[in-house]
Design a protein around this ligand. Sequence first.
Ligand SMILES: [Zn+2]
Length: 512
Amino acid sequence: MNLSTVRVVLFSLITTVLIGSCAVNPVTGKKDFLVVGEDWELNVGKQHYGPLRQSQGGDYTADPGVEEYVRKVGQKLAAHSDRKLPYEFNVINDSVPNAWALPGGKISINRGLLTQLKDEAELSAVLAHEIVHSAAKHGARGQSRGILLQGAVMAATIAGSRKGYGQAAQATSSIAAQLTNQKYGRNAELESDLYGMRYMSRAGYDPRGAVDLQKTFVRLSEGRQSDFISGLFASHPPSIERVRKNVETAAALPAGGERGKARYDNAMGRLKKTAPAYELFADAQKALKENKIQRAVDLTKKAIRIESREGHFQSFLGDISIQTNNYKAAKSYFNKAINLNPNFYYYRVRRGEVNQKNGDIRAARADYEASMKLLPSAEAQYGLGIIERDSGNLPAAKKYLASAAQSKSAVGKKATDALLKLDLGDNPQNYLTVNRGLSSKGTFAFQLINNTSRPLTGIKLGVTMGDGSQSISNVSGTLGAGESKIIDTGRKMSKAQADSISVKVVDVSVRQ
Ligand SMILES: [Zn+2]
């Protein structure tokens, strides 16, 4: 974050603080300072919930019953919350054990956490805990509030298939990371445990499910599984203190309540049975990273034999097919992935790329546009920019390319280049600075500065003299990326004369 952004954020913070000061917390009943208004919470939740889920792998759809079940448990708990909010619950298709809440009641739990839980009471402990984070405005108080206030979802960038990983979790935006990795702090965690257990109890669950959940977390964090540490535990640090407090809280609540083990096992049947497929998939991703392409394909096909309804597996084979220049196979894999889950942006972006490569521009445009509705990505913006450019719609092309150029990735660089070539003729002054004045010898001189990352050539300057007469001056040679050059005309004149001359760039091009 640069300095000017920091200033903007601070200013927004102060404004918000003034509006929201001295409210009573709806969960704890205590006086709350530094709390934002409900409109802000609802907006942040609404605006970020969909794109965030997309950027972390999309929703888990191989067994729709899983999400349905999680929603039912979530809404049962939400009905007992101290605060009415438009609560929503979704399951993210990611193997990292994690759960998070956005302001405004928008809650997600990862597939990889569901497979670690033992019964419905433990699930209710996770969801109730997240409900409290949202209801008690913990997110609004978090360190990331400044980021949230900026309000915009930045375009995600897809990491190259050889680099980073997670077929789907390839895309990250800094906002996504901030929103879901924020640390609430010890007090907020204890508060969420306490009130969460009360909601569990009111909803008919055995609150000791929260104790068992904490014990599991402590045990797993001691095992130092990097997935756990980077996921749930980064934002919700487990501790012996939390286990102890939960034991006290459970003892103070009415005895009894449901564990719901049979129901949980029934709902998670397919997920637990297909868990080995996701392990094979992780191995396949690792194999590709090590450039063992055939092994990656074999492992993924093995995974598909266990779970045939997982779009990520098909899409991964599509990625490999692109990498090996087999566009026909790639298209068929992305078709399968989209049939399995039409609502994941990544499959659409990738099929768009394949369609564009194959010259099917209409289909490419449709795929890119569909992906942008789910999650704007630099890849889709670049693809659309090129399509618009090639069909002669230059203003639209420039708009897309300028958005894509903001990404610091390889596609961002490609977009910067394409934009430069398109825009240079129309707005040369944005890329080439011309200063003019007198040299130490009293002669008239120009200074040219190339503000781009490409060499510029064919520079023509329009010179207007004080008496209104005009001339064109050709600058020979090439001005390297970022380079500046002084051209002395050798003509002696007074400062007043020099000041009366204006110079502007009339033509310039990128050296190919
Ligand atoms: Zn928490």
